[in-house]
Design a protein around this ligand. Sequence first.
Ligand code: ADP
Length: 750
Amino acid sequence: MNDIKIFNSLEAEPPARVKVLFPLPLFKAYDYLLPIGVTAEPGQFVKAPFGLREIFGVVWPNEAAVSDDKDVGRRWGKVDLAKLKSIIEVLPVQGLSPDLIDFVAWSADYTLSPLGSVLRMVMRSGDALTPRAPQTGFVLSGGLPKRSTPQREQVLAAAGATPLTAARLAEAAGVSDAVVRGLAKAGGLRAVEIDPDPPFSAPDLSRMGKPLSEDQLFAVGEIKKQIDAGGHTATLIDGVTGSGKTEVYLEAVSAALQKDETAQVLILIPEIALTLPFLGRVEERFGAAPAPWHSEMTAAARRRTWRRVGEGDPTKRARLVVGARSALFLPFQNLKLIIVDEEHDNAYKQEDGVIYHARDLAVARGARAGFPVLLASATPSLETVVNVDEGRYSAVGLPSRFASANLPDISLVDMRSDPPEKGRWLSPPLCAAVEHNLSVGEQSLLFLNRRGYAPMTLCRRCGHKMTAPNSDTMLVEHRFENRLVCHHTGFSMPKPKACPSCNAVDSLAPCGPGVERVAEEAVARWPEAQIKILSSDTAPGPRAMREVLDAMQAGEIDILIATQVAAKGHHFPNLTLVGVVDADLGLSGGDLRAAERTYQLLSQVTGRAGRDVKPGRAMLQTYQPQASVFEALVTGDRDAFLAAEAEGRRYLSFPPYGRLAAIIMRSGDEVVLDKAARDLLAAAPNGDGVEVLGPSRAPIYRLRGQARMRFLIKARRGVNLQAYLNDWLGRVKTPSSVRCVVDINPYSFL
Ligand code: ADP
């Protein structure tokens, strides 16, 4: 701590002023004094008093904020220089890079979020700014101790060139700490400092990747040209699952890291469950593990990644990061390439706090800082496909699966003509296919994107539906835990014996299937088979999930019954049948992307079958076999499906042919909320090319005791929707009991 300078605000004059932005929901940076002789560049971390606390913030550039007295007077009332507080410390750590500052400011404008809330995403690794004391470790000194004992010999045998703490070394040698310290004193060991946040090993760029196919070589060549040329480009790597997209973009990573020896690269992936195997794959390619970033990491691991990504010394900086969407806000010093894997995935949309889509922000970041962004997908989003068609993005294609693997043969089961028995969910054709697989020793996956036992619990006597308290959300029965759980609010309760409405005993009946119920049926049908369930609550956490996935990969499971956690990325060599229990599930509801999402999810999950030498097949159980999305899946005609979807969206001027935003208002008081929504509507400015729909009740109207109203704002593509919304929201003062959030380009309409 002693190299941190402490400044006194009364020190001298004339004081310089700086803006400081705090990681709090604030729209502006605040003025502070900088003691004489002290300089603080934009981006540097400082500690400053704010209200009654002393907190960390960042020196913010002046342009966007207020700088002269006239402005200060206008916006904040007259600020007396003598009343300005002084910053307390300039932290001795590398500050934020100018392009990250620019990105934070741009993201706040784009998402209509407070600037400080976006900064908070950058500063999320709680204690990363305070230095941690180094530990002492011991390595072999090369010399021998003056006196040797059997215990000392054990320590010498356990020690090496990698420093270990006395406790770790003593444990490895099976002796006490005192022996280790004694040996060090006697000259057999040398004490060295252990960095509490050790640097990540640098990727070995001399290692070669796999020999590439002709298609892969072509794709890599195109991408390398862009990296060599410099500047921003956005490129879609378009290829079916298993076509080798990952191998292609790993070559791009190598090229970008070689081009500039201090460059950093970020690979975004949608699912935490996928990170572990993916990290292994990257390590294999570059001989060094990349820096990981996701919400399941320990605080210490997050701190290490955060500090090493933001490191000032380029030789100690993490060069390659693999992370979930929030990795976009890590303190990169010289980011030169972003890859968004599975770019269509909805997990990239963050729905609370600052609402953003990581793919869109990644492209914006690349465009502003002038570096390439690669988007990879087997089922690209319509937004991206239109961007390619209209020439804003380029595309490289990988038309077939790598080597001998072929795409699975997909067929429909018409549930009207081939219904399952009453109270069961698997149709005769699907059961026959599973039985065939059991008989030949191949694996099957039954896919149902619904956790728990039954999605709805209904009283057989009075028809009462079990809902979460003060919410219009269904309670889902989870039979393993014997509880009713709300998937929206997290509320749960033991399943009651009697109906809370009519008091009838044992009248609450499960309606419809979840994965647990399908598993129950499978166990009853195939008692000899090895059957496992995989969903986020039967295998909580990436490790538990990994165990099931590893067992599946090793062929220890005959039938896996899974939600979408099994849909992505995995490679099960002996899986040859995928049965989709309810293919219609995602199609209902007023979601403009329902068909597109169904297409993406079902092609992902059916793509798990036949990834190796054995051919695969998939069966979709549906009550609407005529739906165009199923026809597209069966014929494999993705482009025709996308063209039809695009036509529909163009007709309705929905994204990407028009712009869309939602305003969601919520309050515990329905009367106040109603009035606030009407007042907001009355204040809506007339905007050319802007259409305001609503207010209307949200489909889930009551959630955690709060009533919710929604506006939908549609605009022509050229309209500055953010400016319109700022103007509008600035005209009304909503009561403090009403919360109002803006969702630019909404994906959730609940
Ligand atoms: P995608 O990312 O398109 O799903 P991957 O890059 O994961 O495809 O490739 C699918 C499988 O094929 C992986 O097991 C990968 O290691 C293998 N593969 C891809 N390209 C090659 C190559 N050029 N040589 C050897 N194996 C390859």
